[in-house]
Design a protein around this ligand. Structure first.
Ligand code: NAD
Length: 361
């Protein structure tokens, strides 16, 4: 009897670890498959994962597609709510491997209830995001997007293309973490004056000459405000009617953090009333329904986004700030590493805990 139980137990644990090795990979794009296949192929035979790629987003409806995988792999706009996590659990999923740093799209309480571990890639390339924030700023300031179109049509006039020197202007960074620090280092190179606001003192920011100030002072004094804090209950609509009013009417706001950091209705009003100099967005409220797809033949039903796209001083990119070769490499290797770590030890340094979600999601 004892031996039978031992044998059954060992079979059970084997099938558990084998199934973790099978990965239902959602929101899969061809560029991701290339990177994941390449780095998976480099793993020793017994550490190779088996990927089932689905182009669909992971939602309560598509979670039903999972049949023999113990791991589900998801990206930023997958909707990992209670219903989705329950269906994943019912279909045998024990591990949710996020290919992102942010996890505000995961109901961590539900994940805990359904005993699904959640792992993420906390940092892949802070440089990628900070450099994109600067790219948005430089484009808005120097109108290179307009110049590109003009010169293609043989128009070399300069009217409407005037910018300002970045040198000597004040950059206000909200969130002095990994990305905020990279941006500070870039801005230092431009000769900008630097302020930052964070809920904790980030000593590293001093290296770049960034002074810690309260949010109100940062908004009042900055020529550019760039958002790099996580999205949580405290930071949702951090930029709203009142906070936008505190900014200079000529200031540029950049958001590469998460869409809901900015109250879109309020920012549209500020732009309409010429109370904001420019807006660069890589993330937008409600982007889940729209981003990462081509809507050439569709009617986009996000009124605020449609409105934003009409302003000459607004640039929107489709959540591409992370999208560099180096970041893709880091996302693939770290995600594969996270899954193998959980499979082999049951633990992982990149596991997301419920408490962490409450504190700093
Ligand atoms: P990080 O954890 O290193 O830094 C975040 C900083 O924000 C921390 O210093 C933290 O103390 C601070 N913070 C927390 N709450 C705050 C608040 N209420 N007000 C001000 N500061 C607060 O994170 P990171 O790697 O720098 O990433 C920042 C954010 O960038 C992520 O949460 C994610 O949402 C976003 N991101 C976007 C992309 C993209 O492609 N657009 C890619 C990666 C990350």
């Amino acid at each position: 009897m004892y031996h039978l139980v031992r044998r059954l137990m060992s079979t059970a644990s084997k099938s558990t670890s084998q199934s973790l090795q099978k990965v239902a990979f959602f929101s899969a794009r061809s560029y991701e498959k290339d990177y994941f296949n390449r780095f998976n192929d480099k793993s020793p035979q017994d550490k190779k994962l088996e990927f089932d790629y689905y182009s669909e987003e992971l939602t309560a409806r598509t979670a039903r597609l999972v049949h023999d995988a113990g791991t589900a792999c998801a990206f930023v706009n997958d909707k990992l709510d209670e219903a989705c996590l329950k269906t994943l659990k019912d279909n045998g999923v024990q591990l949710l491997a996020l290919r992102s740093a942010g996890f505000s799209n995961v109901d961590l309480k539900a994940a805990e209830k359904h005993e699904i571990k959640v792992v993420r890639v906390p940092a892949y390339s802070p440089y990628a995001v900070a450099e994109h924030a600067m790219a948005l700023l430089l484009t808005l300031n120097r109108h290179t997007h307009k110049a590109y179109n003009r010169t293609k049509e043989g128009n070399f006039k300069l009217s409407g293309l005037m910018g300002f020197d970045m040198h000597g202007k004040t950059m206000g960074i909200v969130g002095g973490g990994r990305i905020g620090q990279c941006l500070a280092s870039i801005c230092k190179g431009f000769g900008m004056k630097l302020f930052y606001y964070d809920i904790v003192e980030m000593k590293e920011m001093a290296e770049f000459g960034a002074k810690k100030v309260e949010l109100d002072e940062l908004l009042k004094e900055s020529d550019v405000v760039s958002l790099h804090c996580p999205l949580n209950e405290k930071t949702k609509h951090l930029m709203n009617k009142e906070t936008l009013e505190k900014m200079k009417s000529t200031a540029i706001l950049i958001n590469t953090g998460r869409g809901p950091l900015v109250d879109t209705k309020a920012v549209v009003e500020a732009l309409k009333n010429e109370k904001l100099g420019g807006l660069g967005l890589d993330v937008v409220e409600g982007e889940e329904e729209i981003f990462f797809k081509d809507h050439y033949d569709d009617v986009i039903k996000n009124d605020e986004l449609n409105m934003l796209l009409t302003f000459p001083n607004v640039i929107v990119t489709g959540h591409q700030a992370f999208f560099t070769q180096e970041a893709m490499e880091a996302i693939a290797t770290n995600t594969i590493g996270n899954i193998l770590e959980i499979k082999e030890t049951g633990k992982c340094k990149n596991e997301v805990k419920l408490d962490e979600g409450k504190e700093k999601k």
